[in-house]
Design a protein around this ligand. Structure first.
Ligand SMILES: N[C@@H](CCC(=O)N[C@@H](CS)C(=O)NCC(=O)O)C(=O)O
Length: 263
């Protein structure tokens, strides 16, 4: 039996849900409410001491880390393959799945916090409550980044680097997609799955202009959204929409991001 501990808008959980859907695998889900800090309860910390989703529990054994989970699913359920069969194809695929783990994931969290979460958290918690939340995070570097963003928003020094890293990845994507249909080959693979949630997040934050001059990325993202897995793994889980919240508060993120890209 497969049980996925996940969260509706977690980018890492989205990756795993896409892979499960693309392969037609049955799973049961347990949503972990990050806003209510359900990921920091003693019960959940036994499942993942890092206090992070997703975790895929297979026959009672937890598998953690989304990139590891993706390959685990592929190894256990090889039907409808999402990993190229050739060693070189698999290596190309892994060059993409490594990108989130090597910085894009943290960068995505920084941009999301600066653009949206600061406003949402501020409207629900005063500073003292926010500091209490941060004090509970097991990852102190993550807590410190969140504190700096809370105080400086887009002016926190590492937020500019986070925006530039997204830009670099989009540039590399555009080049790769000029050579082939999908990121690692002409087949849809785990490479695409690893990157989809990050481009989707930019789109939700109103930052689609980041690929306005990158037609291959635009073509890829249209094709991604036309796949049934996008609906079942991403759209159907949307209950708190970033864009609605940003629009409600009259916040336009693009000018701030564009300033960092061009200054
Ligand atoms: N490297 C981990 C990262 C997991 C991660 O950062 N998960 C986020 C949601 S996308 C989380 O659980 N955040 C909880 C928090 O911010 O305290 C993976 O790929 O699974």
């Amino acid at each position: 039996m497969l049980k996925l501990y996940h969260h509706n808008i977690s980018v890492c959980a989205q990756k795993v849900r896409i892979a499960l859907d693309e392969k037609g695998i049955e799973w049961t889900g347990q949503e972990v409410d990050l806003m209510k800090q359900e990921h920091l309860t003693p019960e959940f910390l036994k499942i993942n001491p890092k206090g992070l989703v997703p975790v895929l529990v297979h026959d009672g054994i937890p598998v953690r880390e989304s990139t590891v989970i993706l390959e685990y699913i592929e190894d256990v359920f090889p039907e409808r393959p999402l990993r190229p069969a050739s060693p070189l194809g698999a290596a190309k695929m892994r060059m993409w799945t490594k990108i989130p783990d090597e910085g894009l994931h943290i960068a995505c969290a920084s941009v999301t916090y600066a653009a949206s979460f600061v406003h949402q958290l501020r409207s629900h918690h005063d500073r003292k409550e926010w500091m209490e939340r941060l004090a509970k995070l097991p990852d102190r570097a993550r807590a410190d980044r969140q504190r700096q963003i809370m105080e400086q928003e887009f002016k926190a020094p590492f937020v500019k680097d986070a925006v530039l890293l997204h830009d670099k990845v989009l540039k590399e994507m555009d080049a790769a997609l000029g050579e082939q249909t999908w990121l690692a080959s002409d087949e849809f693979t785990l490479a695409d799955i690893a990157i989809i949630p990050y481009v989707t997040r930019l789109d939700r934050l109103g930052l689609e202009k980041m690929w306005a001059q990158r037609p291959n990325v635009a073509r890829w993202f249209d094709a991604v959204q036309a796949r049934p897995s996008f609906d079942s793994a991403i759209t159907s889980f949307r209950s708190n929409a970033y864009d609605d919240e940003l629009k409600k508060q009259g916040i336009d993120v693009w000018p701030k991001v564009n300033a960092l890209l061009t200054e």
